[in-house]
Each structure stands twice: as structure tokens, then as C-alpha cells.
Write a protein that binds this ligand. Structure first.
Ligand SMILES: Cc1cc2nc3c(=O)[nH]c(=O)nc-3n(C[C@H](O)[C@H](O)[C@H](O)COP(=O)(O)O)c2cc1C
Length: 370
């Protein structure tokens, strides 16, 4: 086995190369998402092979909203036990369950006895070394429909960015990175959906209370899988920096670069960065959207939105689609390891917990019999 394909990875592309090497990827020549074929295929594969065996899908050619996108759309990237292990640098043993346990254990050992995650501060790199700056779109060239952000379900309110990391930064509040679904409302406007209990919501609310009229924001799409996992899970607490925690877990700093139109710093190896501003004195409707539990959620009456000021991207950017409600959202070993550590310190008969891929919202808890 070539150990160079074991994680952690610096970018989505390194991760995809490894998934190819370990034969987890199925290429689909051509598919028409205007007829929801990609969604249908995802359902059928999971029905037939279950979540553990259904492949990562790479769409060589996908039709979406009357455009054809080549080699730039991928789905079902996370959650399988074998993949969780290789992403954390664990050589697969041939036993998927064992691989996953090794992944969770590796992270449990990484977290300090006090429950704190070791951190490494991100480093700023030069723009010429930052792949996300290979193309810079401004003014009339900004058009979100140039990229394969898919409409996953017929009842969704249009195309969504469902694998973005929404980055907020402010001199007093620091940095917050969170994954919230983002509705593309027009070529330069995006609805953003942090729930009211989220740190992202709290951050924006805090800025409002301080009298700010707008918040600077950037959305990073297609980052390395560990950064994405920190963005999509409650590992960092309010005031803690997800990028520092991701660096700590990877073992080297996340490389960052300044946005073109704001003071926000973003992961330099991301596939695509959307920069913009969130007005804090206005809200708009958002949704409906097929939610993670597999049902269509209601329309939100009042949600945040952003006006896009610039888009920067790698050549031929690859956009992951989550197929929300069908596939896992991000690597989850870090979340389970974090909760295991927490509950073990509170309950002495607690052994561990597991969120099954097949049943979002369910959690199995293993307790010592007394
Ligand atoms: C693919 C994916 C989509 C998600 N969509 C949302 C969403 O629309 N709204 C939300 O509040 N949380 C969503 N989450 C969960 C949050 O990302 C997660 O709770 C995270 O901790 C939020 O960051 P924050 O605590 O810094 O606000 C999603 C997670 C993933 C992995």
C-alpha cells in the first residue's frame, strides 16, 4: 500500500486522489440533474448497497439548470468507516468496523485530559501559492450559476451550496467557521441558514447588538476533510477557532489567504471562495429544503442573506454536493470522540456512543453493565 495516500490531506483534491486509490469512487459518464437523476441514483445505491458500501460518486458530466458541467461535481464523500480511517492516517485493516474504532480512538487520544483540543494557528501564505486565487471574479463576472451547485430535490427552493464553510471574522469576536445550507437566490445573492442556537447566529446577533450594519463573510467550498468536519460539527466552542483546531488535528497549520474584498482569511487550498457582506438590519425568507432527516422542511420566514462581492476559485473547481437527507454530511469520528471524552468524565459506566449512518438523529449508547 502506498502510504502517501493516507491522510490527513491538505486539500479536497488530495482526499479525492486517495479515495480513487482505495477504490471508493464510481465515475458516472453523464447524468441529468434537471431530471433529478443524480439524486435518484444516490437513493438507489444506498438502498442496494447500504451506506457503508455505496460508492463516492464523481459525475464526469452533469446537466444542471440547462448547463453542462464537466469533472466538477462529486457526492457521498463522507461517513463510511473505511474512509474515516484513511482520512485520519490509519492504514485500513480489512475490517471496516475496526477501522472506525481505530479512527475514533486516535482522536480520543489526541484530545487533552481536560477535554481541550490541541491547536495550531493557521499561517498566511503568499497569493501565488494559494490555489483558491487561480481565478478571481469581480463585478459583472460574478455569477453563482457558473458552478455546479445542484438543486437536490424537486421541492427545494432552487440550487443550494450545501457543503460550504461560512467564515465570519471580527476584531473583537475572532473567527467562527460553520456549515449552514446556503440558498442561491440570484447570481450574486445567497440565503444563509444558521439555526438560532448556532455560534454563527450568535456571532451575527452580537454584531447587531454592537450597532454594526453589516458583517463581512466568506464561504469556503471544497476544503480538506478535517477542516470541513470542524466546520460541520460542534467541536469548537463559541470563541474558539475551528481552523486552529483543524490544524491541531492535522498536525500542521492550515494555510490561509486574505479575501480580495474583505479582511477575512480563508483556507488557501479550498476549491472556491465566495466573499460578501451580510446586511444585519434586513432578513429574508429562505427554503424550503430537504433536511437531513429525509423530509422537506418548512420555509423560513426570516433568515440572513449575503450579497456577493467576489468569487475566487481553483481552475475547474470541484463542488461537493451533500445529497442532504441521503448521505452523511462530514467526517464524524471527531464528533463521536469529542462526546465520548465528555461523557466518560461525567458517567463512569459510559463506554461510548455511535451515530448510525442509516438513521440520522439516532444515537446508540454503550454502557458498562453493573
Ligand atoms: C453538510 C452539513 C450541513 C449543515 N447544515 C446546517 C444548517 O443549514 N444550519 C445549521 O444551523 N447547521 C447546519 N449544520 C450543522 C452545523 O454545521 C454544526 O452544528 C456546526 O457546529 C455549526 O457551527 P457553529 O457552531 O460555529 O455555528 C450542517 C452540518 C453539515 C455537515
Amino acid at each position: 500500500m502506498e502510504t502517501k495516500y493516507l491522510g490527513p490531506y491538505r486539500s479536497l483534491r488530495e482526499y479525492l486522489d486517495a479515495l480513487e486509490y482505495f477504490e471508493h469512487v464510481l465515475h458516472i459518464d453523464t447524468i441529468n440533474q434537471d431530471r433529478y437523476e443524480a439524486t435518484g441514483l444516490m437513493y438507489r445505491l444506498i438502498e442496494k448497497f447500504n451506506n457503508q458500501k455505496a460508492p463516492v460518486l464523481f459525475f464526469d458530466k452533469i446537466h444542471s439548470k440547462n448547463k453542462i458541467f464537466k469533472n466538477s461535481s462529486v457526492g457521498n464523500l463522507f461517513g463510511k468507516w473505511d474512509i474515516e480511517a484513511i482520512a485520519l492516517g490509519i492504514e485500513p485493516t480489512g475490517n471496516s468496523g475496526k477501522n472506525y474504532k481505530l479512527a475514533v480512538k486516535k482522536i480520543e487520544q489526541h484530545i487533552g485530559k481536560d477535554g481541550k483540543w490541541p491547536t495550531i494557528k493557521p499561517v498566511i501564505i503568499d497569493a501565488k501559492n494559494a490555489p483558491c486565487k487561480e481565478n478571481i471574479l469581480q463585478g459583472k463576472d460574478i455569477d453563482l450559476f457558473k458552478f455546479p451547485f445542484l438543486q437536490t430535490n424537486p421541492a427545494d427552493n432552487g440550487c443550494y451550496i450545501n457543503t460550504g464553510s461560512v467564515i465570519l471574522e471580527h476584531p473583537k469576536l475572532g473567527r467562527n467557521v460553520g456549515t449552514y445550507r446556503c440558498q442561491i437566490k440570484n447570481p450574486t445573492k445567497i440565503g444563509i441558514n444558521p439555526q438560532v442556537n448556532q455560534d454563527g447566529w450568535r456571532f451575527l446577533d452580537e454584531l447587531k447588538r454592537q450597532g454594526e450594519k453589516t458583517a463581512q463573510v466568506a464561504i469556503a467550498v471544497g476544503t480538506d476533510p478535517i477542516t470541513f468536519s470542524m466546520s460541520g460539527s460542534k467541536v469548537a466552542k463559541f470563541g474558539e477557532d475551528e481552523l486552529e483546531i483543524a490544524g491541531g488535528l492535522i498536525g500542521e497549520p492550515i494555510e490561509i489567504i486574505k479575501c480580495e474584498t474583505s479582511n477575512i482569511y480563508v483556507p488557501a487550498h479550498a476549491e472556491l471562495i465566495i466573499e460578501g457582506e451580510i446586511p444585519l438590519d434586513k432578513m429574508e425568507t429562505e427554503g424550503p429544503f430537504g433536511e437531513m432527516y429525509g423530509y422537506i422542511g418548512g420555509k423560513k420566514e426570516e433568515n440572513f442573506f449575503m450579497n456577493v462581492t467576489s468569487i475566487t476559485h481553483r481552475n475547474n473547481p470541484i463542488i461537493p454536493n451533500q445529497f442532504t437527507g441521503i448521505t452523511r454530511g462530514c467526517l464524524t469520528a471527531p464528533i463521536e470522540a469529542s462526546l465520548n471524552n465528555k461523557y466518560r468524565t461525567h458517567f463512569e459506566d459510559f463506554i461510548g456512543l455511535y451515530y448510525p449512518l442509516e438513521f440520522p438523529g439516532f444515537c446508540f449508547i454503550n454502557l458498562e453493565k453493573t
